[in-house]
Design a protein around this ligand. Sequence first.
Ligand SMILES: [Zn+2]
Length: 160
Amino acid sequence: MAPNQSARSGQAIGFFDFSNSMQRRHQFAVVDHHLSPWDAHICRALLESEGIPSFLTNEHHITANWQMSLVLGGVRVLVHEQDREAAHQALALRDSGVLEAALMEEQSVDPQTCTQCRSRQFRKEKSWVSIGLAVSVLLSFGVIFPPWKQKRCMSCGLSS
Ligand SMILES: [Zn+2]
């Protein structure tokens, strides 16, 4: 069926219901926002896996010009208003680590451990080399690249 036939017969097309658009507005709620589009896509995929339709805003603008992410408020993850509570519950499970623990148990993935002391506590830090490289790229080309981070074991200090 062609889209215009759907509109005439009063069926919903996409996100909009043309049959009675003045009375049936689709309300959306922002449930999360991310600085990078990739993180927002992971969040959206999580919600979709829980059966919650979700959408992103500002995604393409920030992909093209990621320095604008803070100005635009990041990439926003939207759900239908009626799915807001379910989305918050799914995201709370994500934030509490329950989903990650279940995935590790299901996939029998060993959490990352230090090869020297078997510790599981790491901290991320930026090396002076990466900071220097980021500054030189900024001064040479006017492009901002965030310096990369390396992990350092909090017990023995081994960096990886
Ligand atoms: Zn260690």
